[in-house]
Design a protein around this ligand. Structure first.
Ligand code: KG4
Ligand code: ZN
Length: 334
């Protein structure tokens, strides 16, 4: 079964081909440079960029996979959550294509895409604890099967990636700053500053990162740190974020007695988070799965793969696929 995946929920226009669970191509046009001068994603610009690029991005994904459109069996597209103008571009494009090719269309929840991305090229299977950490989301799920994701905790304010990007901005670093903080932190002393984190109690699986951002803002205002001190601040900030993420993940594992953990989303690229999660896994006798770096930040491979998972297990398959919202999945229960 060959699936074309399309993802346009934020500022990446992406398309991918998945054949029987294997990713044949993963093409991403990132708008990051366009938005960098504004210090964040501008929704109106994002939608217009998607319109300009979507056709050529799909063509490139097909070309990379050495396939033409006639070989596609079904289309999977992100239907949410995300920026509405951006989502409409991908969904409308996918819907028209499925109608003209007379092939099924399945809509995929972006968070489910991230959760399942850890299954690509790995032996991860259900059940597992899934932590999604990205620019827009920070949530922990108990994942027991396709479409069976129980929300255990989530951020009550900023997402972890958002905290990274805001802290980077306060430190005078370019947008998006997550990867740069990760890099700078390697040469910094993570114990130099103590930036405490909120919601430390055991029975609470929610996160809060906005106070941390405020601490960085006050710190910068008060101390006017030198360029030499930036790596220390980056490392100390990162330690606080990673500590919050690993602490809550451990609570979730203990509470649910799961023995597998998947960490996905843009922040799952973070080297310190990977290190700490591996340590946690070792200490608690569980297995930890991270997607490959290219499947962490927004991409269509995870959408094509999720589409393949659903269609190949006959979940929500329809003989004619253009009624897109009828096959929407992901039930979030609290
Ligand atoms: O998953 P993603 O592409 O977008 C959303 O779905 O939100 O994640 C983007 C986020 C950005 O906030 C970016 O700063 C962060 O992932 N990020 C990182 C790293 N690489 C990307 N954060 C920390 N360390 C990294 N190495
Ligand atoms: Zn995402």
């Amino acid at each position: 079964m060959i699936i074309l995946g399309i993802e346009t929920s934020c500022d990446e226009t992406a398309a991918s081909i998945c054949k029987d669970g294997k990713i044949l191509s993963n093409f991403i046009y990132s708008q990051v440079k366009t938005h960098a001068k504004f210090g964040g994603v501008v929704p109106e610009i994002a939608s217009r960029e998607h319109i300009k690029k979507i056709a050529v991005v799909v063509q490139n994904a097909l070309k990379q996979a050495h396939l033409d459109l006639k070989k596609i069996d079904a289309i999977a597209v992100t239907h949410g959550p995300g920026l509405i103008g951006s989502l409409v571009v991908g969904v409308s494009f996918a819907k028209s294509l499925s109608y003209s090719l007379n092939i099924p269309l399945i809509t995929i929840n972006h968070i489910e895409g991230h959760l399942l991305s850890a299954m690509i090229d790995s032996n991860l299977n259900f059940p597992f604890i899934g932590l999604v950490v990205s620019g827009g989301h920070t949530s922990i799920f108990k994942c027991t099967g396709l479409s069976k994701y129980k929300l255990l905790g989530l951020t009550i304010d900023d997402a972890a990636g958002e905290a990274y990007d805001k802290a980077a901005k306060l430190l005078g670093l370019p947008y998006p700053g997550g990867a740069l903080i990760d890099k700078l932190a390697k040469n910094g002393n993570k114990k130099k500053y103590n930036f405490p984190i909120a919601l430390k109690e055991k029975d609470n699986l929610n996160f809060s990162f906005s106070g941390l951002k405020t601490q960085i803002a006050y710190f910068v205002k008060e101390h006017k740190p030198s360029k030499k001190d930036i790596p220390n601040i980056a490392a100390s900030f990162q330690e606080a974020v990673v500590d919050a993420l690993t602490r809550k993940t451990l609570f979730a594992i203990k509470q649910t007695r799961m023995n597998k953990l998947a960490v996905a989303g843009g922040v799952a690229r973070n080297s310190r988070l990977r290190e700490k999660m591996e340590e946690l896994a070792k200490e608690n006798g569980i297995k930890c799965y991270f997607p490959k770096a290219e499947y962490c930040t927004d991409n269509a491979a995870m959408i094509a793969f999720a589409g393949w998972k659903h269609l190949s297990t006959r979940y929500g398959v329809r003989s004619t696929g253009y009624d897109f919202d009828a096959i929407s999945n992901l039930k979030l229960t609290q």
